[in-house]
Design a protein around this ligand. Structure first.
Ligand SMILES: Cc1ncc(COP(=O)(O)O)c(C=O)c1O
Length: 492
């Protein structure tokens, strides 16, 4: 941060988009434009009390407020400041989350039938992007972390093998960090991928804060990636649905990217949401490091305390780990008690007012941030200590959840793009072994498809899905939300 000059700090003080909105409301305008609530004048009275501060800012593309899809005024200025802060050459604000950023990147890079190298444990939006682009995925299976059984990062040797085997691939798309906070050495990955002269695209949904404190890994932009999509709303400080897409170098066609984003995003993007990106950028530049400095030692203390509970393990990045970075804000607990699984621990914590990010059979994921208070951490520790009282007696190592331990690679019996639009029928999950999936089966969270269209359903997949179903997991992408039945290809 100290390499930045005075002019940088002066520029970054500005919030051109937010300032334009507040300036406009200060003029007591008479709105003859959408939205119909007209600053809250026609709005449900009960909701008005809470919404009233925001509604006057809920404006649209009127004079002085620019246009996200053709930005040349205050939105362009806000995006330029974000590019400077996040060390990109160009930044685009997104109002449909990282989902739209991932889809747009793939549609920018791939024409129908073209190959793209993809980390198999990617978020569903990456698969949806491939479907929409009608591209051909070449999956690379991640290393599985032996301590937790969780699918982590790609190994460089696997990536190099794929690059050699598929010289016609148009890009490598990987996720860094993963939902669980695990990351790879991105700078080395970028060098490798660039030797083959294709772009490195990074789903950095969970790394919007990377590079903003010395204890955090460098960001994808700092590591030399060509494009990165960040959910500023997840680990940064903006409102839900707001993300940023950063680009640098010449390998991404920026004009096409703009066209694709215009096709995919609303023509009426929310100004309060976009302004929250403008404010989050300023807040992160000026305050993120200090806020992180206050809470990171408390998180370290909590980890130390947790190490005293034998029924709980916490992920630790060591020399021997299959990942090389770990987000200190993510607290991944592995349950070693035979008495309590992840779903049950979640319920016990929720009884005490603590709401985790995700539960699985053998794990619980807690997402802290610079918004977490020392009191939150103390409350969590007390709750775990209390729950601990009943746990010590029987210590058993739960087998890591099959979902996580299972290799993500299944036989791609039919190309994904053919399977998506083929005829399908529903069969009982238990009867599906050997048949070909016609749908994406996505346990949510974390939103990583266990089955993709065209993959052959094997006994392992059925066992894992049954386990998840019994644990009460939710499924996206499926016809039958309870997953008693699964859609398979009609013919084959
Ligand atoms: C790895 C990963 N990528 C992308 C996304 C999509 O992000 P968003 O919710 O901002 O659309 C998620 C959301 O959970 C995710 O976990």
């Amino acid at each position: 941060v100290n390499r930045k000059d005075r002019a940088f700090w002066e520029r970054q003080q500005q919030t051109p988009l937010y300032a334009a909105l507040t300036r406009h409301t200060g003029r007591s305008p008479r709105p003859f434009h959408v939205p119909g609530h007209k600053g809250g004048r026609s709005f449900d009275p009960e909701g008005l009390e809470r919404f009233s501060a925001i509604l006057p800012l809920d404006l649209t593309e009127i004079t002085g407020l620019d246009d996200l899809h053709q930005a040349e005024g205050v939105i362009a200025a806000a995006e330029a400041l974000a590019a400077e802060a996040f060390e990109a050459e160009m930044t685009r604000f997104l109002v449909a989350g990282s989902t739209v950023g991932n889809i747009a990147l793939i549609m920018t890079i791939c024409r129908p039938g073209e190959k793209i190298l993809v980390q198999r444990n990617s978020h569903k939006s990456v698969f949806h992007g491939i479907m929409l682009a009608q591209a051909r995925p070449v999956y690379i299976v991640p290393a599985i972390d032996p301590d937790t059984g969780i699918a982590a990062c790609l190994r460089r040797e696997d990536v190099e093998r794929a690059l050699q085997a598929h010289p016609d691939a148009k890009a490598l798309f990987l996720t860094n960090p993963t939902y669980y906070g695990m990351g790879t050495d991105l700078a080395k990955m970028a060098l490798l991928v660039h030797r083959y002269n294709i772009p490195l695209l990074v789903d950095e949904a969970h790394g919007a804060h990377y590079g903003f404190h010395p204890a955090l890994p460098p960001s994808a932009m700092q590591s030399g990636a060509d494009a990165a999509v960040q959910s500023t709303h997840k680990t940064g400080t903006s409102m839900t649905m707001t993300s940023m897409l950063h680009v640098q170098g010449e390998r991404i066609n920026r004009e096409r990217l703009g066209q694709v984003l215009a096709m995919l995003q609303s023509s009426s993007p929310s100004y309060p949401l976009m302004a929250s990106l403008d404010l989050a950028r300023r807040h992160m530049v000026f305050h993120y490091a200090a806020e992180a400095e206050r809470i990171l030692p408390q998180l370290a203390l909590l980890r130390e305390r947790l190490s005293r509970l034998p029924w709980l393990g916490t992920a630790v990045c060591a020399e021997s780990s299959v990942y090389s970075t770990l987000d200190p804000f993510k607290l991944l607990l592995s349950l070693r008690s035979g008495q309590l699984n992840g779903y049950q621990l979640q319920a016990r914590l929720e009884e005490r007012g603590i709401f985790p990010e995700l539960a699985q059979t053998g794990h619980l994921l807690l997402a802290a941030s610079t918004g977490t208070s020392p009191e939150d951490l103390e409350w969590l520790w007390r709750a775990l200590e209390e729950i601990s009282a009943g746990q010590a007696a029987t210590l058993a190592t739960l087998p890591p959840s099959g979902l996580l331990a299972s290799a993500y690679l299944r036989e791609q019996a039919v190309p994904m793009e053919a399977a998506v639009y083929a005829g399908k029928r529903l069969v009982e999950l238990e009867q599906a072994e050997g048949l070909i999936s016609a749908e994406m089966v996505i346990p949510y969270p974390p939103g990583i498809p266990l089955l993709a269209p065209g993959e052959r359903i094997d006994a392992d997949a059925i066992a894992v899905l049954r386990e998840l179903r019994a644990g009460g997991a939710r499924f996206h992408g499926v016809t039958d939300g309870r997953l008693e039945r699964i859609a398979v290809l009609e013919k084959v």
